[in-house]
Design a protein around this ligand. Structure first.
Ligand SMILES: [Zn+2]
Length: 306
């Protein structure tokens, strides 16, 4: 019986994404082995081939089983149904397209190699990526579309988990919340406290931190952004120590918020970080120079050189 269960599990693993139940597999297997006295290995093969025919799947398709994003394992060949969430600017000529895809279980990166010569995918559309390979880099999973892969648009509208994972946004910082700057936060929940009182936890111990809460508009939608000291320092040169000194000298911590507004409000930023619902937890931030701006700078430099 144990042997039967292990064969059932083996077959189930192959077909689990195709709505095949374990009990159905078990029924077929028992019938073949006990009623028809078919040897176990042959019974297994018969069931796999039978299911494959019933589901209209090629042998090839089974070598690259339909897999949910959360179940992607590096090194495996799979097929994935997903929505293209974001396309990034290719960083090398060998890449035709790359970006982020998602399904209801999570997100991953995808790379379409230039050599694979596939039709272009578009943001917001749904596709099946057949015969792709899973890779992992720095804890982020990606699928690779090669010349043996197939990318087809599908009718189905795939719902994407709002836990998007890593994204990159370029847009204007259109507002900075009053909760930004040099603030005191509750040691328990991290929310800003007033006069030593946390709305949730009452009188608590607190930390003094430098942070920014604001909104970035990329021209299509807005994102709430959360930025901590390291990114603020990267952009403005201001760190916790200098912020404290500034507040002390002016006898007012509000001066730090004013400084952040002066340096960052309305500026174009290129940020990357983790998106959860509408909020980006910023990991990296830099000022974004448009091409026009770069060209103007170049002309100015040439003029100066004359
Ligand atoms: Zn609290």
């Amino acid at each position: 019986m144990e042997k039967i269960q292990s064969i059932v599990n083996e077959i189930y693993e192959i077909f689990k994404d195709y709505n095949v139940s374990k009990s159905e597999i078990e029924k077929r297997l028992k019938l073949l082995i006990f009623e028809f006295k078919v040897p176990e290995d042959e019974a297994k093969r018969t069931i796999i081939n039978g299911l494959r025919r019933d589901l209209n799947l090629s042998r090839e398709a089974l070598r690259f089983p339909l897999t949910k994003i959360a179940d992607l394992e590096p090194g495996k060949g799979v097929s994935v149904k997903a929505k293209v969430i974001q396309l990034w600017e290719p960083t090398s000529q060998s890449i035709a397209q790359w970006g982020v895809i998602g399904d209801e279980t999570g997100t991953a990166r995808f790379v379409i190699w230039a050599k694979s010569a596939k039709r272009k995918v578009e943001e917001g559309k749904n596709y099946i990526f057949e015969r792709v390979f899973v890779d992992e880099f720095g804890g982020i999973k990606s699928i690779k579309v090669t010349s043996i892969s197939e990318v087809r648009e599908i009718e189905e509208d795939i719902e994407v988990s709002e836990n998007w994972g890593e994204i990159e946004i370029t847009g204007a910082l259109v507002s900075i919340s009053q909760n930004s700057g040099l603030v005191q936060v509750c040691k328990i929940c991290g929310k800003v406290i007033e006069a030593g009182i946390c709305k949730e936890h009452g009188k608590v111990e607190w930390n003094e931190v430098l942070r920014l809460r604001g909104v970035i508009d990329d021209g299509e939608r807005t994102y709430d952004v959360e930025m901590e000291e390291n990114c603020i320092k990267e952009l403005t040169g201001l760190d916790l120590r200098t912020a404290k000194k500034m507040a002390f000298e002016h006898l007012d911590r509000g001066i730090v918020l004013l400084e952040l507004k002066k340096k960052l409000l309305g500026r174009y930023l290129k940020i990357s970080g983790d998106l959860k619902f509408r909020t980006v937890n910023v990991k990296k931030a830099e000022f974004f120079k448009t091409k026009v701006r770069e060209e103007v700078d170049k002309v100015l430099e040439e003029v100066k050189a004359l």
